[in-house]
Design a protein around this ligand. Structure first.
Ligand code: PGA
Length: 251
């Protein structure tokens, strides 16, 4: 794991956007695995700016989002569909047919999940997977459990996740208790992983991800087994890491 300590959120966002831009500019039909939540908002803002300056072209890019709440309409401001268009897709030249979000509502969810995984495989897997980390160590919505699933699946959200994420909804009751998430398979098969962590609430999860034993009870710890993981963490998120275990980023 390559851990970079950054000074603050704005630097974290700029460096993350730079890594995405470099990939998109160096590979035709780059496949991006995209994350939501509060952490990557600044990265998307910077990517939009970079696009507006004419320094990146998303026309051939293919995207797969990590997860989506189950049972929310696209129009719901809490949905990740809404989030992605508001923060990113509405402002860049990505082709709508290249956007994939696991926003399954009716019908055979298992079949829809299989199709989602099949589509990822058909395009040759994910080149760069962007991740956040939950305070409980979840990645995507792969929650701490005795088992982790490989494939995209419907998941019951952990109490902690509901507690933390209900801030995105008008009332806690509005927050769905279930979500569809990419499993560990496509994430671990991604050629490169970029994990963003900001704020003191993430310090323990970041410490356990990097130094803890590899356990399904701490899903992010599985990233220790991946050969190309870059972690960008601000001082608060990295506060439990020992000096010397990370690089200081130059901005
Ligand atoms: P956050 O979510 O960026 O809103 O903190 C991260 C996550 O739950 O993966």
């Amino acid at each position: 794991m390559d851990i970079h300590l950054v000074d603050g959120y704005s630097e974290l966002s700029d460096i993350a956007a730079g890594i995405v831009t470099e990939l998109v500019n160096s590979k035709n039909n780059a496949v991006l695995g995209l994350a939501t939540g509060s952490t990557p908002v600044g990265m998307y803002r910077k990517l939009v700016e970079t696009y507006q300056q004419g320094s990146v072209d998303f026309s051939q890019v293919i995207t797969f989002n990590l997860d989506e709440y189950y049972g929310l309409s696209r129009e719901h401001p809490g949905s990740y569909y809404y989030y992605m268009y508001r923060h990113f897709f509405d402002h860049v030249n990505i082709s709508p047919e290249n956007i994939n979000i696991p926003e399954f509502r009716d019908g055979d969810i298992t079949a829809a999940c299989r199709q989602y995984d099949g589509k990822i495989e058909t395009v040759g897997g994910i080149d760069l997977q962007v991740l956040g980390i939950g305070v409980n160590g979840h990645i995507g919505f792969n929650e701490p459990d005795r088992f982790l699933k490989v494939h995209t699946h419907l998941v019951t959200l952990a109490k902690k996740t509901i507690e933390v994420n209900s801030r995105f909804f008008a009332s806690p009751e509005e927050m769905p208790g279930q979500a569809v998430t990419m499993g560990l398979g496509p994430i671990m098969h991604a050629r490169k992983i970029l994990l963003l962590a900001s704020g003191s609430s993430k310090a323990k999860a970041v410490f356990d991800m990097v130094n803890g034993k590899i356990s399904t009870k701490m899903p992010a710890s599985l990233l220790q087994l991946h050969r190309d993981v870059t972690i960008l963490a601000d001082r608060e998120a990295a506060s439990m890491l020992e000096e010397g275990s990370f690089h200081i980023s130059q901005g």
